[in-house]
Design a protein around this ligand. Structure first.
Ligand code: ASP
Ligand code: MG
Length: 420
């Protein structure tokens, strides 16, 4: 079995859905297909959640309607035989979604989020399965909300690997004749049967979960880029394709912020030595990138990762005491329990410096969190530049004329916090 993952951009409209079917048709293998929500549906559903929680009935309805019309118009454009069944199913789904407005809101806001936001993948996978059928590819639709078991950490469910593996294997075992399966990325369920999500952009991770459970031959993530590049073409010219890189290198790059794959994707594949391909759905015949166990010919060419919109925060104790292990433990605890992700950190005798994504923190709240023992100073509008496999010349070239607020170097990686 091969696992294919198609992200939101690859299924953004009727035409792109047809392109996905063309790709699938080229393969004789047994395929397990994981699909994301179409285009920006997840963002729209996040807006639906916001209106649900702020009790804004008019905006809630208009946003639901937007999502509904979008999917209906795709179906119309596809003009599929027998799509009345699907239309009815969609009506039912949107009916249930509208009902949520009149159901008492759970204390757990993450729960509300997951019940709503998960619907994007349910819709896209149903549509894709239907398009495949109309193109004579017999595809079995499977509900990831019954296959991937997580804990009840809503918005970022933690996978129960044993239960998940059992469920996926026994489900696939029921369809020995089927050549093609279609399921959803990003979503799972708790032991009580409530829907969970795996974190934004989590569909890559879902593909890795299914591949792990099925001990798949390999996984292909189909993207709108030719593979994993050594830099984001938005910021750099003359980018190079990384043809073959190791699992370790891929994890490092994803961790530092390369956005091509979700950082959690690699580990389950590495654990079972399953190759991960990144290929272009625009040019499916081209080679792309393979991520696999370390090879002698791995390219360790310099890679560049830029993270914009960062805030550099400096935390110090008000009584002039050291930032020692005890103080660090307190600082980390506050970050962790408020799910604030740290992009880089460094400390001196009196200061702990850290970098966070500007759009994910409310600085006023953060300052409150550290009172009364600590105070925080911060610089907004800074960026983080990471260079893997750097040379002194490359660093000199990239830093010319820039102001460096903080820097870190290890043997393979150099990181700089720069003002804009
Ligand atoms: N649809 C989800 C998101 O946009 C998951 C994914 O696309 O990977 O975050
Ligand atoms: Mg996506």
């Amino acid at each position: 079995m091969k696992v294919f993952k198609f992200g939101g951009a690859s299924v953004k409209n009727a035409e792109s859905l047809k392109n996905v079917v063309q790709i699938i048709r080229k393969y004789e293998d047994r395929l397990f297909i994981v699909v994301s929500a179409m285009d920006k549906t997840t963002n729209r559903l996040e807006a639906v959640v916001k209106h649900l929680l702020t009790r804004d009935a008019a905006s809630f309805e208009s946003t639901v309607m937007e999502v509904e019309h979008f999917h209906q118009s795709v179906l119309k454009e596809l003009n599929l035989a027998g799509s009345e069944v699907l239309e009815r199913e969609m009506e039912e789904l949107f009916g249930l979604l509208r009902k949520r407005y009149h159901t008492p809101i759970s204390e757990h806001l993450g729960f509300e989020y997951d019940q709503v936001v998960s619907l994007g993948e349910v819709l896209s996978s149903k549509i894709l399965a239907h398009v495949l059928k109309s193109e004579k590819v017999e595809a079995q639709w499977l509900d990831a909300r019954q296959l991937i078991r997580t804990d009840n950490h809503y918005k970022e469910g933690k996978v129960d690997w044993d239960k998940t593996t059992q469920k996926i294997q026994s489900c696939i075992g029921e369809f020995p004749q089927k050549k093609c399966f279609v399921s959803q990325g990003f979503i799972g369920h708790t032991s009580e049967g409530f829907t969970t999500t795996l974190g934004r952009e989590g569909s890559d991770y879902s593909a890795a979960i299914f591949a792990y459970a099925l001990t798949a031959q390999d996984v292909t993530i189909w993207k709108d880029v030719p593979g994993m590049l050594n830099a984001d073409p938005k910021y750099f010219s003359n980018t190079q394709l990384l043809k073959s890189i190791s699992y370790k290198e891929a994890i490092e790059l994803a961790y530092f912020g390369a956005s091509v794959i979700h950082p959690k994707t690699v580990k389950p594949l590495q654990n079972k030595n399953i190759k991960l391909y990144i290929k272009s759905f625009i040019d499916p015949e081209s080679e792309g990138t393979v991520i696999q166990a370390e090879q002698a010919q791995d390219q360790l060419i310099p890679s560049f990762i830029v993270k914009k919109h960062q805030i550099l925060i400096s935390i110090s104790a008000n009584d002039f005491s050291f930032i020692n292990e005890e103080a660090l433990a307190k600082v980390f605890e506050r970050f962790y329990s408020n799910t604030i992700k740290i992009n880089l950190m460094q400390n001196s005798a009196l200061n702990f410096s850290t970098l966070v994504d500007a759009d994910k923190v409310d600085m006023e709240k953060l300052i409150e969190l550290f009172k009364p023992e600590f105070s925080c100073k911060y610089n907004e509008n800074v960026e983080l530049l990471t260079i893997r496999h750097y040379t002194p010349e490359i660093i000199a070239d990239l830093l010319a004329g820039r102001t460096v607020l903080l820097e870190q170097r290890s043997r393979q990686t150099a990181r700089f916090v720069l003002t804009k």
